[in-house]
Unconditional design. Structure first.
Length: 184
């Protein structure tokens, strides 16, 4: 059976303007509360229809994506939630979110986590998530409607365990990658 990792749709979250690093915490909180504002492409609808087990994170953007696919989850679990952005207590500089987001994520990848889950902790969570998805796949095709970074970490673990699939799945909204069990 297969495991499909799908990223959620486009969040209904547009807050332009410049803000400090500290103000980005509020921006990220609003993003985490946002539902989606677009419709799934045909491929996403087809993959959802082929799944016997559907899991999703607890975040509204993933759950509302699943609703737009016309499916109900078999499981909703925070294990599959996106890794939070680190926050810095700085009131300067004032930058647009489109600059802050890659900067904060790069800092996180380089070891700065602040008060959020570290890269090492996120990787351990992804290992557990991959193991659960593998267990579920014994019952049929699994679809995870999740998030960009966490899906990439789960995919890395699946490949390490011998699962075959797209090596570098896209991080665009509604992107998906299908993984097949190792050939024995």
């Amino acid at each position: 059976m297969t495991i499909t990792l799908m990223r959620h749709g486009k969040p209904d979250h547009f807050q332009p303007g410049r803000r400090s690093a500290l103000a980005m915490a509020e921006w990220c909180e609003a993003y985490d509360l946002a539902e989606i504002c677009d419709l799934p492409p045909e491929r996403s609808l087809r993959l959802a229809a082929e799944a016997q087990i559907i899991v999703t994170s607890t975040l509204p953007r993933a759950r509302s994506s699943l609703a737009k696919l016309g499916k109900a989850p078999s499981q909703v679990d925070a294990l599959y939630c996106e890794v939070a952005m680190p926050v810095m207590s700085l009131n300067f500089p004032s930058l647009p979110p489109l600059l802050w987001l890659p900067l904060l994520r790069a800092m996180w990848l380089c070891g700065y986590a602040g008060q959020v889950e570290s890269y090492t902790q996120a990787r351990q969570r992804a290992i557990l998530a991959a193991e659960r998805l593998i267990q579920l796949s014994a019952e049929g095709n699994v679809l995870l409607v999740g998030h960009g970074i966490m899906n990439k970490l789960i995919a890395r673990r699946l490949r390490k365990l011998g699962w075959l699939g797209e090596k570098h799945a896209s991080s665009r909204y509604w992107s998906s990658a299908i993984y097949h069990p190792p050939v024995i």
